[in-house]
Design a protein around this ligand. Structure first.
Ligand code: FAD
Length: 456
């Protein structure tokens, strides 16, 4: 057993969004920092999350663009999709990003250790490297180990896959069954439908995208169905078997469904197994999530945790914000705070969804009297394409203060549009400020500053 008692100011476990940001920022502030990562640098977002997902969403949108081009006078012939080329190009880009992350850490002076790390106590980490076990002492330890997808406990579940495997499927699934109704389920359904698969979504709930505004949920469900996705609500998988013509799913109503691939997008749990939390006395909550206080400090004062392992808002910018708050708390003036209100988020379905602030139902519950502005229209682009695709834009205003407290969009580049409006909402913009803002014409986004009459 190799042993190293070098003392670090900060030892980060996990080289994903939160861990890399914390390690880099702490080192830039002069701290002696180590980071342990067991897999590819960059974590979920870079390797099997946001980035490859968005690249594949771009790929899928081309299918719609080719179809739309005819109305603008273009004849593009019969498009042919090469799955192997997309996978290879994505893999090359992700490998480049892995290198960028490693370089960023090296440039900042962070000592990177490749291997599985576990806590021995509140100041000691053991890393299982290729060279053997190494033990390191640290003044502070940051747990940023992220989350991991789960399979449903049904017979034959092991025949299915999780989102981690979707980027390298071989061969391309002609028939894809997606189990789940959250944003990851919806995104993969849209992506693979766009790429040419026949997609069935099986969701046990009443409507997909729980937590989003109800009108947004209904609207995107209708758009997904219109684009050809077989969306089955109130539907559960009972069992999966391998048959002669692929995977055979048995559903709760007794009916069957055949698929080449079954994706379980049924939730993620914190990555805490084998992390030594019990040994160190770190308190955990539901599904093993690490409990933290407002400074991201766990029940062990020298141990902190950020990102998905704390199972709060599982988004990369949230992990980054939390990481920077921890570094500021430990090595800065401690004034930086992560605000959880008005965090914008997007769902890269076709069309995209983006949202910031409260749903209409949440706003009614919190403020009582709200005004709702809503517009549902065919975007200019589709006046020539013949596509029936529509766009939904919705704003919720607190009547007492006139403040815009919820803003929702389903339409092209919704994430790009809503990011800007999120700044205004964070700054407390009222409906009067929106009204006084001049639109950019002709755009879809101008609709948000030209909504005059509330619908309720
Ligand atoms: P992670 O990025 O998961 O990093 C954790 C790292 O810790 C991993 O690299 C892991 O290998 C390592 N690790 C774990 N345990 C150990 C150990 N004991 N020793 C050493 N290393 C260890 N978010 C968005 O904001 N926008 C999106 O569009 C988006 N799309 C997504 C799509 C998918 C399919 C998925 C799955 C997630 C998506 N997310 C998205 C969520 C986002 O990826 C996560 O919120 C973010 O990566 C969390 O960062 P993190 O630092 O907490 O953990």
């Amino acid at each position: 057993m190799a042993s190293d008692t070098s003392r670090f100011d900060l030892f980060v476990i996990g080289g994903g969004s939160g861990g890399v940001r914390a390690a880099r920022m702490a080192a830039q502030r002069g701290a002696r920092v180590a980071l342990a990562e067991a897999a590819a640098m960059g974590g979920t977002c870079v390797n099997v999350g946001c980035i490859p997902k968005k690249l594949y969403a771009y790929a899928a949108h081309y299918a719609h663009d080719f179809a739309d081009a005819a109305g603008f006078g273009w004849d593009v012939g019969e498009p042919r999709f090469d799955w192997a080329r997309l996978k290879a190009n994505r893999a090359a880009e992700i490998a480049r990003l892995n290198g960028v992350y490693e370089q960023l850490l090296a440039d900042a002076g962070v000592q990177v250790l490749r291997g599985w790390a576990e806590l021995l106590d509140g100041h000691t980490v053991r890393v299982r490297t290729e060279a053997g076990l190494q033990t390191h002492a640290a003044r502070h330890i940051l747990l940023a180990t992220g989350g991991t997808p789960t399979l449903l406990p049904v017979p034959g579940a092991e025949l299915g896959v999780t989102s981690d495997s979707m980027f390298d499927l071989e061969p391309f699934p002609r028939r894809l069954a997606v189990v789940g109704g959250g944003y990851i389920a919806c995104e993969f359904a849209s992506i693979f439908q766009g790429l040419g698969a026949q997609v069935t979504v099986l969701y046990r709930g009443e409507q997909i995208l729980r937590g989003f505004d109800d009108e947004v949920r209904q609207f995107i469900a209708a758009e997904m169905i219109r684009s050809g996705i077989d969306l089955r609500l109130g539907s559960e998988v009972r069992a999966i078997e391998r048959g002669s013509a692929g995977l055979e799913l048995t559903l709760d109503d007794g009916s069957g469904l055949q698929a080449d691939t079954v994706l379980f997008a049924t939730g993620r749990v914190p990555n805490v197994n084998g992390l030594g939390l019990e040994a160190a006395g770190v308190r955990q909550g539901r599904h093993g999530a690490i409990e933290v206080d407002t400074h991201y400090r766990t029940s062990v004062p020298s141990v902190y945790a950020v990102g998905d392992v704390t199972a709060r808002l599982q988004l990369t910018p949230v992990a980054l914000g939390e990481a920077m708050a921890v570094v500021d708390h430990l090595f800065g003036d401690g004034r930086r705070r992560m605000g959880y209100e008005y965090i914008p988020t997007a769902v890269f379905t076709h069309p995209n969804i983006a949202t910031v602030g409260l749903t209409e139902a949440q706003a009614r519950e919190r403020f009582g009297q709200v005004a709702v502005y809503r517009s549902d229209f065919r975007p200019l682009r589709h006046t020539l394409t013949g596509s029936g695709e529509r766009c939904l834009m919705k704003m919720v205003v607190d009547k007492a203060t006139d403040r815009v407290v919820g803003l929702h969009m389903v339409g092209p580049d919704a994430g790009e549009v809503v990011q800007g409006f999120a700044v205004a909402m964070k700054a407390g913009a009222t409906k009067a400020v929106f009204d006084a803002t001049i639109g950019i014409h002709p755009t879809v986004a101008e609709e948000f500053v030209t909504m005059r009459e509330p619908v309720r």
